[in-house]
Design a protein around this ligand. Structure first.
Ligand code: F6R
Length: 617
C-alpha cells in the first residue's frame, strides 16, 4: 500500500515522478503528492486528495519548478483520512526536508508525544509526520541526510519504507526500508528508487533490491547501500524481465480487460522452460533439495484472498499427485495461532505482489520455526521470495488492476508444477502419469483462449442485464468450490454486490434458506465424463435450487446436455480433466465481475477502499 518513487538525475524529475506514480497508483489512490528541488535550488511540494489525476491537473494549472531531484507518493490511507493535509510528502519544522512513507509506524503516538513535549507542532493526523520532524531535527544537528535518517530509523517500530530529500542537498535522495518494499533503478547519470520496478521500468531495466533494515543513498552517479548501523552492504543487480509497455493499457478499456486477455499467456509462460522430456523439473527447488522434499510429511499453503483460493486448488492437485497432506491457511490466521511446524513441514506461500504483509509475517514465522519455505510469486525482487528458501516465479507479467485475475491462473499453474515435481521426487506418480498431466496442463492456454473467444460477448450481455442485481451466489463442489469463492470475491470487490461462494454440498446445511424466486446462482458443473465425477450430485443441487425459484447460470463442459433443462443460461467450457477444469471455469467469472462493474459505471481497475499490495497487517 502506498507507492513511492524517488529520482536524481537531469532536469526531468516531475516527468519521472508522475510517470512512476501512474504505474504505482494501483498500490493506493486516496491522494498523491510530490516534492521537487527546482533548478534554482528551491524545494516545492504539491499534494492533493483524490486520484493521481487531481494532482496532475493541479500541476498543469499551477506548475511546480522542475528540477533534478524529487520524490513522489501515492497513498492508501491508514492514519488520518484521505485529505490534502494528510497526503505525503510531509515536511520538517523548517520546511526544508521532505519525507514520504509506506507502512505504519507503530510507536508513533509515543514519538508524537515526545515531539509535542519539546515544542513541535503537527499539520496532519498521520504517523508519517513524526518521522519527517525527527529526521529534520537530526539534520539540524548533523547536516548529513543519510546519517539523520539512520539515527531515526533505529527508533521506529513497525513497517516502513521512507524516502527523504533536503533543499540544501540537491542531487541526493535517501531511502530506508523495514518490512516494506524498496527497489533501486540504475540509470546512466541518473538513479531511481521505487516501491517496485514499475516505478522506473520506462527508463532502465537494471535494478537492485534493497534488503531488510537497509539504507540507500542515491546520487546521479552513485548508489550506496548500508545496513542500519552504517556497514556497507553488497547488493545484487538483476534485470527487469518485462517491458514498460507490459504495464500499459495498450488500447484496452481497462487494465483488467487486458489482463484477462493475457490469461492464456500467464499459464503458458509459467510452464515455459520447466518441462524436460515431458517431465516437470523445477530447478528452483534445489535450495530445498529433492531429499528434503521426499522427506516432508506435511505441506501448509499460506496466502490471502485470491491467492488463497489458488492455494485451495493446489491442495487438491498436490494431495492427489504427491500423496502428502496439505493444509491451506490464511496467512494472518496461521501466523497468530501457534501452528504446528516441524523440520518435515514444507510451507508454500503464494503472493502475486510478494509484499503482502500478512503473508510476509507468516513466512518469517515459518522460517524461524524451522520449516522449509517455498514461495510462489509474480514479482521479481519482492520481499517474500527473499525471505524464503526457494521461489517459483509465476510469469504472468505485471498485474496492474487491483483485483487479481491472470495472476490467479499463473499461481494455480505454478502449484500444479510443484505438485508434479513433488510426485516425481517422491515417486508417487509414474513418468507416464506425470507426462499425461503435463500434456493436460500445456493444453490449458489454448482452451482458455477458446473460453475468451466464445463466451466474452455473451457474458458481457448477461452482465448488462444484471446491473440492478442485489445478491449473487456461487456454488461448486471439489475443485469447483475454490472457483465459486473466487467468482464471489471478484463480484464483491469489483461490482460492490453482495456475493457468497459455497461448497454445493453445504447448501442444504443452511445456505439454501437464502434461495428465493429470482435469486441468481452461478453453478460450476463438473465434467460428466469423469467416472469419479460429482456431476450427478451437482445436477441434483441445481434441481434443488431451481425448485425454489433460483435463476441458474451453469458453467459446464460443452456438450453437457444434462444441465440444459435446469439452467437458465449455460456458459460452455472446453473438455478437460477434473483438476484442470477450474483453470477454465474461473475465466467466465473473471469476465462477469469485470463486465458487471463496467456496466455499473465503476472503476474496474481501482475499486473503492482497496489497494493492490496490502503491506499493512
Ligand atoms: C483479489 C485480490 C486479493 C489478493 C490478496 C493477496 O482480487 O487481488 O485478494 O489476492 O490481497 O495479494 P498477493 O497475491 O499480492 O499476496
Amino acid at each position: 500500500m502506498c507507492g513511492i518513487v524517488g529520482y536524481v538525475g537531469d532536469n526531468k524529475s516531475l516527468e519521472v515522478l508522475l510517470g512512476g506514480l501512474k504505474r504505482l497508483e494501483y498500490r493506493g489512490y486516496d491522494s498523491a503528492g510530490v516534492a521537487v528541488i527546482d533548478k534554482d535550488g528551491h524545494m516545492g511540494t504539491r499534494k492533493r486528495a483524490g486520484k493521481l489525476q487531481v494532482l496532475v491537473d493541479d500541476l498543469a494549472e499551477r506548475p511546480l519548478g522542475n528540477g533534478a531531484t524529487g520524490i513522489g507518493h501515492t497513498r492508501w490511507a491508514t492514519h488520518g483520512g484521505p485529505t490534502d493535509r494528510n497526503a505525503h510528502p510531509h515536511l520538517s519544522a523548517d520546511g526544508k526536508l521532505a519525507l514520504i512513507h509506506n507502512g505504519i509506524i507503530e510507536n508513533f503516538s509515543e514519538l508524537k508525544k515526545e515531539l509535542t513535549d519539546t515544542g513541535a507542532s503537527f499539520t496532519s493526523e498521520t504517523d508519517t509526520e513524526v518521522a519527517a520532524l525527527l529526521v529534520g531535527r537530526e539534520y539540524e544537528k548533523t547536516g548529513d541526510l543519510t546519517e539523520s535518517l539512520r539515527r531515526v530509523v533505529g527508533r521506529l517500530e513497525g513497517a516502513f519504507t521512507l524516502l527523504v530529500m533536503h533543499e540544501d542537498q540537491p542531487g541526493i535522495v535517501v531511502g530506508a526500508r523495514r518490512n516494506s518494499p524498496l527497489v533501486i533503478g540504475l540509470g546512466d547519470g541518473e538513479n531511481f528508487l521505487g516501491s517496485d520496478v514499475a516505478a522506473f521500468v520506462e527508463f532502465t531495466k537494471r535494478a537492485v533490491a534493497i534488503g531488510q533494515d537497509q539504507i540507500v543513498t542515491i546520487r546521479p552517479d552513485s548508489v550506496e547501500v548500508t545496513d542500519f548501523l552504517g556497514n556497507t552492504v553488497e547488493s545484487e543487480e538483476f534485470e527487469i524481465a518485462w517491458d514498460a509497455s507490459a504495464s500499459e493499457k495498450g488500447g484496452w478499456s481497462s487494465f483488467m480487460a487486458k489482463e484477462i486477455s493475457e490469461e492464456p499467456e500467464a499459464v503458458a509462460n509459467t510452464i515455459l522452460g520447466r518441462v524436460v522430456d515431458g517431465i516437470v523439473n523445477l530447478g528452483e527447488l534445489s535450495p530445498i533439495g529433492d531429499d528434503a522434499l521426499k522427506d516432508i510429511d506435511r505441506i501448509v499453503i499460506i496466502a490471502c484472498g485470491t491467492a488463497a483460493y489458488a492455494g485451495m486448488l493446489g491442495k487438491y492437485a498436490i494431495e492427489q499427485w504427491a500423496r502428502v497432506p496439505v493444509d491451506v491457511d490464511l496467512s494472518h490466521e496461521f501466523r497468530y495461532r501457534n501452528p504446528i511446524i516441524t523440520p518435515r513441514t514444507l510451507v508454500i506461500s503464494i503472493s502475486q505482489s510478494g509484499e503482502t504483509m500478512d503473508t510476509l509475517m507468516a513466512v518469517k514465522y515459518a522460517t524461524a520455526a524451522g520449516a522449509h519455505v517455498l514461495s510462489v510469486c509474480n514479482t521479481q525482487g519482492a520481499t517474500i521470495p527473499r525471505e524464503s528458501h526457494a521461489v517459483v516465479y509465476t510469469h504472468a507479467g505485471p498485474e496492474v488492476a487491483v483485483a487479481s485475475t491472470k495472476a490467479f491462473l499463473a499461481q494455480v499453474t505454478a502449484l500444479y508444477l510443484i505438485g508434479l515435481h513433488l510426485a516425481k521426487a517422491r515417486g508417487t506418480l509414474s513418468d507416464n502419469a506425470i507426462r499425461e498431466n503435463v500434456v493436460e496442463l500445456q493444453a490449458v492456454p489454448d482452451k482458455i483462449a477458446e473460453v475468451l473467444r466464445v463466451s466474452q460477448a455473451e457474458i458481457g450481455q448477461l452482465a448488462r442485464w444484471m446491473t440492478d442485481i442485489q445478491s449473487v451466489l456461487f456454488l461448486g463442489r471439489n475443485v469447483g468450490y475454490p472457483v465459486a469463492l473466487e467468482g464471489a470475491l471478484k463480484l464483491k470487490e469489483l461490482a460492490y454486490i453482495h456475493a457468497e461462494g459455497f461448497a454445493a454440498g453445504e447448501l442444504k446445511h443452511g445456505p439454501i434458506a437464502l434461495i428465493e424466486p429470482g435469486q441468481v446462482v452461478f453453478v460450476v458443473v463438473p465434467s460428466p465424463r469423469d467416472p469419479d465425477s460429482l456431476h450427478p450430485k451437482v445436477v441434483s443441487n441445481i434441481q434443488e435450487i431451481r425448485a425454489r425459484g433460483a435463476r441458474v447460470i451453469a458453467i459446464a463442459e460443452k456438450g453437457d446436455a444434462s444441465v440444459l433443462p435446469f439452467a437458465d443460461e449455460v456458459i460452455p467450457i472446453p473438455l478437460a480433466g477434473t483438476l484442470f477444469e477450474p483453470l477454465l471455469a474461473v475465466v467466465p467469472l473473471h469476465i462477469f465481475g469485470m463486465e458487471l462493474a463496467a456496466a455499473k459505471g465503476l472503476d474496474v481497475d481501482q475499486p473503492r477502499n482497496l489497494a493492490k499490495s496490502v503491506t499493512v497487517e
